[in-house]
Design a protein around this ligand. Structure first.
Ligand SMILES: Cc1cc2nc3c(=O)[nH]c(=O)nc-3n(C[C@H](O)[C@H](O)[C@H](O)COP(=O)(O)OP(=O)(O)OC[C@H]3O[C@@H](n4cnc5c(N)ncnc54)[C@H](O)[C@@H]3O)c2cc1C
Length: 468
């Protein structure tokens, strides 16, 4: 009889785990248990002013293989699309500056490339990098960059780029976890600018150099989980939404999983479990079966945010140019970024030529106050900020949509990797995956989901078949 595996959580990590478990050769009956009414987690489409558009994650790093490989396996590689090469900008001291080319998470490889965005004294400080000796141990990205290149580089370059990934603060985020190239420079006592120069040169000459950096799907990235859910069902997986897992208990060599309302709990036995829920629910479920892992996960904090999407009447107004802009926390604005979706994604402009779509994001780690507004107030604040940056002539929207992401992005605080060591030491037949561990980006989540699936397959002895 096929072994039974429960995958708890139907975000991209859990879906990737379930997909790996249903590959030919794995004799496994998969049940995907998703607590909400839809699969996809942070990948989501919504109707805004007549278009179905991403209101969560919108693109994947194309220079890692995992997301595009999955798209290929699903047979929809022809829907892969890339952002138009129109360039983004960063706001500094009230002016938009072209996004400097050739940085490693905001650390410039050429100080001249950031003149203007940084003032002359700040550039001078950057040129005279203070290279200390080699240092052991983790530290925050911001503390490293402050000491080496001066706080202006952290505030005006690193912060907006890191916030785009983590919605966090550079002076709290682990350099080891978030920017390994800079962590290596610290360990080896090398100049950050030199490391950035090497990384940029390597990227420009490597095998991926000619490829676009980012990708998405025509129709939006939110179509990916919808398709995965459907393909999993076709492959025989039992994909259940509205199936919030309340409890996980050990049962001999297997697991008892409880779902459903407290008045009508359904308890089922599975041979193996892949737990793909975010840190807080994962911690609660692991309380009795892996207490050290549960404790470690309880320390992972999350940033909440909101994406406000606007549909403007008519073609792209002259105020919009490029793909959008980032806002450092030093600027007196509430929004932290804006994407000019109709300019960034040609498929969207072609599908909806009579409307212009753009979105803005609000919310950084521990700054929930910025989100304590009604949807109407968020729309108003975002529009006012957009007009401050782009000009008062920006037309009012025909439609607006607010998507809140409470607990949207895990924060990799300094020491994250070491602190989460207990999550790598689990009872057999139990594996964890998701954004909380080794990367918040979608390719990293897919990698973690597939690795968790292989970990449970290894226990049932079929991993070799699956891995070929
Ligand atoms: C607004 C936003 C924009 C982003 N943009 C990008 C981007 O453009 N590119 C990129 O690479 N990354 C982006 N990210 C990050 C990336 O989307 C996420 O890190 C990733 O999707 C997380 O996937 P996951 O499956 O690990 O977790 P989630 O998407 O959080 O999925 C976890 C799932 O588990 C379910 N769940 C929780 N508890 C239980 C339970 N007890 N029982 C059953 N189910 C449960 C939840 O309902 C959820 O569906 C963005 C994130 C956000 C918030």
């Amino acid at each position: 009889m096929a072994r039974t595996v429960a995958v708890i959580g139907g975000g991209i990590s859990g879906l990737a785990a379930a997909w790996e478990l249903t590959r030919p050769g794995a004799d496994v009956q998969v049940t995907l248990l998703e607590g909400s009414d839809r699969v996809g987690g942070k990948l989501r489409l919504a109707d805004v002013g007549g278009a179905r558009i991403d209101v969560g994650a919108e693109s994947v790093l194309a220079r890692r293989p995992e997301a595009l490989t999955l798209v290929e396996e699903l047979g929809v590689a022809d829907l892969t699309t890339h952002p138009a090469a129109v360039g983004a900008s960063i706001v500094s001291r009230g002016t938009r500056w072209p996004m400097p080319k050739g940085t490693v998470m905001g650390v410039p490889s050429d100080p001249e490339s950031v003149r203007g965005l940084l003032d002359d004294d700040e550039v001078q400080r950057l040129v005279h990098e203070v290279v200390e000796g080699a240092r052991e141990g983790d530290l925050s990205v911001g503390d490293l960059v402050d000491a080496r290149l001066g706080p202006a580089v952290t505030d005006r370059l690193v912060e907006p780029l890191l916030a785009g990934v983590y919605a966090g603060h550079a002076r709290e985020i682990s350099v080891e976890q978030a920017v390994p190239a800079l962590a290596a420079a610290a360990r080896e006592g090398r100049s950050l600018t030199d490391v950035a120069r090497d990384a940029v040169a390597a990227a420009a000459s490597g095998p991926m150099a000619a490829l676009p950096v980012f990708a998405s799907l025509v129709g939006g990235l939110g179509t990916l989980p919808e398709l995965l859910g459907a393909r999993l069902a076709e492959a025989g997986a039992d994909v259940r939404t509205g199936a919030l897992v309340r409890e996980l208990e050990a049962d001999g060599s297997g697991w008892l999983v409880s779902t459903g309302p407290t008045t009508d709990v359904r308890r089922e036995r599975f041979d193996d479990v892949v737990l793909a829920a975010p840190a807080a629910p994962a911690s609660r479920l692991l309380r009795h079966v892996a207490p050290s892992a549960a404790e470690a996960l309880a320390t992972v904090e999350y940033a909440s945010m909101a994406i406000i999407t606007f549909a403007l009447e008519g073609p792209v107004p002259p105020e919009l140019d490029g793909s959008g802009f980032l806002v450092p926390p030093t600027e007196p604005l509430t929004i932290k970024a804006s994407t000019f979706s109709s300019l960034k994604w040609p498929w969207l402009a072609q599908a909806h030529p009579d409307r212009t779509y753009l979105r803005a994001s609000v919310g950084r780690h521990r700054e929930e106050a910025s989100l304590q507004r009604s949807d109407a107030e968020l729309v108003e604040v975002a529009l006012a900020d957009l007009r401050t940056v782009l000009g008062e002539g920006l037309p009012g929207p025909a439609a607006a949509h607010v998507q809140r992401w409470g607990g949207g992005l895990p924060q990799y605080a300094v020491g994250h990797r070491a602190r989460l060591a207990p999550t790598r030491d689990l009872p057999p037949g139990l594996a964890l995956c998701g954004a909380a561990y080794d990367g918040v980006g979608i390719p990293a989540c897919i990698a973690s989901g597939r690795a968790a699936a292989r970990a449970v397959l290894t226990r049932v002895g079929s991993a070799r078949t699956v891995l070929g």
